[in-house]
Design a protein around this ligand. Structure first.
Ligand code: AMP
Length: 283
């Protein structure tokens, strides 16, 4: 595995690989690699001949009050994990080479980015869209794999790729969970053992929704309220949002129609740690 830090060098390598008719896949991460990230690599390897992983903690997707400075950066461990997973190229640039002094051009997402995480993390998705575009331009992949863990992000990236005629196939990987049901996340290391216990309420909420929908309940608003109550009753937990959206539009839905797909979106604080999760339901 080759580690590359300079955008120009990565671009030159990617161009050469493309000219040699290699199929390139990219997995973009912020590092602190875990099983979730590695499942994306596995999916990329199924189709692509060469897998590029990027590790970049993107300052532009963190609000001033967020955890940019304390975000975990175990770089040597990440290099070892990426190598063991069979990643071919690891692109890990410094912030200064992605955003040099005169940098000023950014992407502006639409309505899809103003709800849920977009509402609670202003500017977040514009930062994500900008860096994803830059990393696609630098790594020149045929396909890019993203996790369903960040469902709204995935929807926004799909929208962007279509809106801007980007020539890349987006693949999505299912959420990897711990045995407790908690979705694996780089931020889980912030949780104390009590908070970790409490945080399983996200997965329990998904199971509750599954049960209620399989019983034939079509009042999505009522299920969302039951979930909010479950979360409120969990020590140290607070709901930021818990609601159902239309799977295609990400518009909030209160009543389910038969045969349609909905997604439950959850953002919950366990102590000071903000966790997200989601699940798709067919009614
Ligand atoms: P991050 O490093 O948190 O920005 O995540 C990088 C990529 O890994 C994103 O596409 C995430 O959706 C994906 N990802 C993070 N956690 C998981 C998980 N538990 N299961 C599947 N994909 C994940």
């Amino acid at each position: 595995m080759q580690v590359i830090t300079e955008p120009r060098e990565m671009q030159a390598i990617a161009e050469k690989l493309r000219l040699n008719r290699q199929l390139l896949g990219v997995v973009m991460t912020m590092g602190a690699l875990h099983e979730g990230h590695l499942s994306l690599v596995k999916l990329a390897q199924k189709t692509a001949g060469i897998v590029i992983m990027t590790i970049f903690v993107n300052p532009r997707q963190f609000a001033p009050n967020e955890d940019l400075d304390r975000y975990p950066r175990p770089f040597e461990q990440d290099v070892a994990l990426a190598r063991a997973a069979g990643v071919d190229y690891l692109f890990a640039p410094e912030a200064g080479s992605i955003y040099p002094e005169n940098f000023q051009t950014t992407l502006q997402c639409g309505a899809l980015a103003e709800r849920f995480d977009g509402e609670h993390r202003p500017g977040h998705f514009n930062g994500v869209a900008t860096v994803v575009t830059k990393l696609l331009n630098i790594t020149k992949p045929h396909l890019a794999v993203f996790g369903q863990k960040d469902a709204q992000q995935l929807a926004i990236i799909r929208r962007m790729v279509e809106d801007l005629n980007m020539e890349v196939t987006i693949l999505e990987a299912p959420i990897v969970r711990e045995e407790s049901g908690l979705a694996v996340s780089s931020r889980n290391i912030y949780l104390s053992s009590e908070e970790h216990n409490s945080a399983t309420v996200l997965y329990r909420s998904i199971c509750h929704a599954e049960k209620r929908i399989s019983e034939g309940e079509n009042n999505l608003q009522a299920i969302a309220e039951e979930i909010a109550e479950m979360i409120q009753l969990t020590p140290g937990c607070r709901t930021e949002y818990a609601c159902f959206v239309d799977e295609k539009t990400f518009e909030r839905e209160v009543t389910a129609e038969k045969g349609k797909e909905y997604r439950l979106l959850l953002a919950v604080y366990a102590g000071n740690v903000r966790l997200i999760d989601n699940a798709k339901f067919l009614t």
